[in-house]
Design a protein around this ligand. Structure first.
Ligand SMILES: Cc1cc2nc3c(=O)[nH]c(=O)nc-3n(C[C@H](O)[C@H](O)[C@H](O)COP(=O)(O)OP(=O)(O)OC[C@H]3O[C@@H](n4cnc5c(N)ncnc54)[C@H](O)[C@@H]3O)c2cc1C
Length: 520
């Protein structure tokens, strides 16, 4: 067995050979260390400490071999031979739908994936149009092959504590061609230039084993015989026969929520968080986080994660994209929604993050407004953003310092948001409770990091799609909808996940529940 050793390597020593440092840490004599492999690496940029890397290293003695890192594998589930295989339709090709398909296949159950949007390549052309101000409501930054995370920063960390399940998803991604660092970095990310290739590889692997993809196939309802599902109805009239439906449609599938509500499927409101994208010049964030070491060639563009409280609400940064772009993430015409992405090398001159305040389900309006009141709440903000932006996906923006002083911005600095920004007063866009929470939260953040409240920082609206405002109810044990046998809500749109890895984990969980039911 190799020895595992934890080390701190100061930034300026990062280019020195590691062997002698490992030997000193292990109390070995010079020359005792043989092969070694970094198992974990994180940048330690905490204030008041020397800047450098914390490493966990597996090291073998000279002359001994270092076993290869084990790629995590889940034990394969078994579909019982006596139970006929169901016809499975998976609605949505995002991480939840894709990993449900992958897991079912491990048990020998192929599926049909129905995807509203287009495959990655033609989808890219629609994103280019969106960046020029023209939205395709069926093919955009949220809808299309691979789901909402395809053209994203591709951050792969999650709040899930299930290390084995996370390692298995990362193992799948490695098998599809993800860079090896995703296993060792504490904050792994893939980037929008690499993600589409991985997703194409995933599709090819699934198709080769019998999974059928139908693109530009919008699920528009379910045909049932009372309690059981018989088919998924598509927009345009076609039907896809199915006994089991995994509904993995993401947080922006508003028409799906409408037809589920119309069919009497149990839905409930869910708290969300809304606000703005905040954008700074990346060198400014580097100076805040790295101090005098900013600009050091071994340092990556700096990251931050901020939390505060404002008006009794949580205020926090969300989905921070160092060296990234703000992108148009609306799915309905007449609305403006922003989000963030980056390439693997994170080399844009800007740093952006969501800056959001929590909104409780009770903020959406009285109970009588129903389970979809959160969608109406989001849409009202998105329409106000479109009106303040002036059309063509232009986003309203305000200098952070003007937002705090409650005065409109007259002119704005540079931004990465390609459809363009319009100088605005965000009081016309955000609900008063959100504005005041954000203002208080920003002041609290400024008390800790004064340079963060910089006049060059822009607030760009609206960041409304942080998660789904609706939960498609499912039973805790079977993971089925209590309203309809065979209906399995999954992933972020169903309200059970947030983020790429967590949605993939939920897809696996749902597939396991489908298999477990057959085993009973
Ligand atoms: C710009 C952007 C950047 C992001 N960055 C990150 C990041 O760096 N890291 C991270 O962890 N998360 C990120 N996220 C969030 C992440 O993408 C989602 O949490 C995750 O993709 C959710 O997975 P899902 O499978 O549940 O749903 P989705 O990925 O949303 O997939 C749902 C799919 O269902 C399809 N669909 C919707 N309606 C229908 C219908 N009626 N019929 C058929 N198909 C339908 C959609 O087209 C979509 O492809 C980002 C999101 C965006 C938009």
């Amino acid at each position: 067995m190799p020895d595992l050793v934890d080390l701190f390597v100061p930034l300026d020593a990062a280019d020195e050979p590691l062997g002698p440092r490992l030997e000193r840490a292990l109390g070995w004599a010079a020359g005792d260390a043989g092969a070694w492999r970094i198992a974990r690496r994180s940048l330690d940029a905490r204030k008041g400490r020397p800047l450098g890397y914390r490493l966990r290293v597996a090291v073998a003695r000279a002359g001994e071999s270092l076993p290869a890192a084990a790629v995590a594998r889940r034990p394969p589930p078994a579909w019982p031979a006596s139970v006929p295989r169901p016809r499975v339709a998976i609605v949505g090709s995002g991480p939840a739908g894709s990993w449900a398909a992958l897991r079912l296949l491990e048990a020998g159950v192929p599926s049909t994936i129905l995807e509203l949007g287009k495959p990655v390549q033609p989808r890219r052309r629609d994103l280019a149009l969106a960046n020029r101000g023209q939205l395709n409501p069926d093919s955009n930054y949220c809808f299309g092959e691979g789901g909402a995370g395809t053209y994203s920063d591709g951050k792969l960390y999650t709040r899930s504590k299930d290390r084995d399940a996370i390692a298995a998803v990362l193992g799948d991604l490695l098998g599809l061609g993800a860079p090896p660092e995703i296993e060792t970095e504490s904050r792994p990310h893939i980037g929008s230039n690499r993600l589409p290739k991985l997703l194409t590889a995933l599709r090819q692997r699934l198709e080769a084993s019998g999974v059928v993809y139908r693109f530009e196939a919008a699920a528009a309802g379910l045909r049932t015989d009372g309690r059981r599902i018989r088919a998924v109805r598509l927009r345009g009239g076609d039907e896809i026969g199915a006994d089991v439906v995994v509904l993995a449609v993401g947080h922006s599938a508003r028409p799906v929520y409408d037809w589920l509500a119309g069919a009497g499927v149990a839905l409930e409101r869910k708290a969300i968080a809304v606000g703005v994208r905040i954008e700074h010049p990346q060198p400014l964030i580097d100076r805040i986080q790295y101090g005098r070491a900013a600009g050091h060639p071994r340092l990556p563009p700096a990251f931050y994660e901020l939390t505060a409280e404002g008006q009794g609400r949580g205020v926090y940064s969300f989905c921070m994209c160092p060296g990234g772009w703000i992108v148009p993430a609306a799915t309905e015409s007449g609305t403006v929604v922003v989000n963030g992405m980056s390439l693997s090398r994170r080399d844009s001159p800007f740093a952006n993050a969501g800056l959001v305040a929590t909104v409780e389900a009770s903020d959406f309006g009285p109970d009588g407004a129903g389970p979809l009141a959160g969608v109406a709440f989001q849409r009202a903000i998105e329409e106000a953003a479109a009106a303040a932006g002036g059309g063509d996906l232009r986003a309203p923006a305000q200098r952070l310092t003007d937002f705090l002083a409650q005065r409109p911005s007259r002119e704005l600095g540079a931004t990465s948001y390609r459809p363009g920004v319009a100088a605005a007063d965000l009081r016309a866009v955000l609900p008063p409770v959100v504005q005041s929470a954000l203002r208080d939260g920003l002041r609290a953040i400024g008390a800790r990091l004064p340079a963060f409240l910089h006049p060059e920082a822009l607030l760009v609206a609206a960041e409304t799609r942080t998660s789904a405002p609706v939960r498609i109810v499912r039973a805790a044990d079977s993971l089925q909808s209590p309203s309809l046998e065979g209906l399995y809500p999954a992933g972020e749109g169903a309200g059970y996940a947030g983020g790429i890895v967590s949605a993939a984990l939920d897809g696996v969980r749902v597939a396991d529940a489908i298999i477990a039911r057959a085993q009973r």
